[in-house]
Design a protein around this ligand. Structure first.
Ligand code: ZN
Length: 342
């Protein structure tokens, strides 16, 4: 292994099994730079495509090529919808991803739903469910079509799970549908503000329109997959646009029912880490059950002279995130009893 693919703090006996790339919140738009809602962070709408090209170039030339890239959601910005540029912007981003020499798994964020309906996304190239793996004789581990989630095995004994954090949401669904009515009811019960994107005065600030949650059906499915992974002694990586652990995230960015997701995850041994986007600022915390929560820094708020992506190197006893630019390096040890015996 050369110096580049070795983050440097490894014990000499450990051998890298495989690696994967992570990138979040590209939010491309053909617009001049702007600012976030609070006016505190600059957004580089055009530069974001160049940042993506740069990341792909680096992944393509790694001596030991990553097995895949996990795209954590919000590939194009909601502004595209106002300018009727959604399809054009998506095409540019997807054409850029075509130059990546490994598969990319796309997660869906709120900005996907500002531009497209759920039905449109399901038929688009942002639906990468065809890359899922099925577990034979375990129909309970097959996801329903009513949410966009799946799991796959990039390397024996490692399972990756993509979650749909907008399974419960008022975004992307027809206002006349029962699902919309149900989700609007949940949102209004927790948020009395006229502007539902405002968390002002809320005891649970995550109940805003730009967030969403996980249906009981999806959580039951997640529980089944994790039960299988426990039995099969696998290590699991979970990906979701929305974060679920308060210590690692601004509370206004969490999934509506993040506690329900944590309850499922904490009832299993197999989960090593949980990657999310959405916050743009980045964050990290290890929870009391040993799960590492990583919120990746967003491309959109990354200056032209910096970078924001990473490669995760997987070892028998840990995962190591090698961050580029403003993404810091992280060592994610498995819990002692969770070390993989090869
Ligand atoms: Zn988002």
């Amino acid at each position: 292994m050369d110096e580049k693919s070795n983050p440097g703090t490894l014990s000499e006996s450990s051998e890298c099994l495989f690696s994967f790339g992570v990138i979040a919140d590209i939010q491309y738009a053909d617009l001049d730079d702007g600012y976030n809602f609070q006016g505190s962070r600059r957004r580089y709408y055009r530069q974001s495509l160049l940042h993506l090209q740069d990341a792909i170039e680096e992944w393509n030339k790694e001596s030991s090529r990553p097995c895949c890239v996990l795209q954590l959601g919000d590939v194009i910005d909601g502004y595209n919808a106002q300018y009727k540029a959604s399809e054009k912007a998506l095409e540019l981003v997807l054409n850029t991803f075509e130059t990546l020499k490994v598969p990319v798994h796309h997660t869906w964020g709120n900005h996907e739903f500002y531009n497209f309906s759920r039905d449109y996304l399901t038929c688009s190239k942002l639906n990468t469910k065809s890359l899922e793996d099925r577990i034979v004789h375990h129909p309970e581990t097959v996801p329903s079509e009513s949410y966009y989630a799946y799991h796959f095995v990039p390397f024996p004994k490692f399972r990756f799970i993509l979650l749909d954090a907008y399974d419960l949401s008022v975004l992307g669904v027809d206002e006349s549908s029962p699902k919309y009515q149900q989700c609007m009811k949940i949102l209004r019960e927790h948020n009395p503000n006229t502007e539902l994107n405002s968390s002002q005065g809320l005891s649970e600030p995550q109940f805003v329109q730009f967030n969403g949650g996980f249906s009981q059906e999806q959580l039951t499915w997640l529980n089944e997959v994790l039960t299988f992974s426990d039995t099969n002694q696998e290590k699991v990586v979970i990906v979701s646009h929305l974060p679920i652990y308060p210590e690692a995230s601004d509370s206004v960015c969490l999934a509506w029912n993040y506690r329900d997701a944590l309850t499922v995850i904490w009832s299993h041994q197999c989960v090593v880490c949980f990657f999310a986007g959405h916050t743009h600022d980045g964050g990290y915390a290890q929870d009391p059950f040993g799960v590492h929560h990583i919120n990746l820094e967003g491309i959109i708020e990354t200056a032209p002279n910096s970078q924001a992506f990473g490669t995760v190197y997987v070892y028998p006893d840990k995962m190591m995130l090698k961050g580029r630019g403003r993404v810091p390096d992280r060592v994610m040890n498995y819990k002692k009893e969770k070390a993989l015996h090869l």
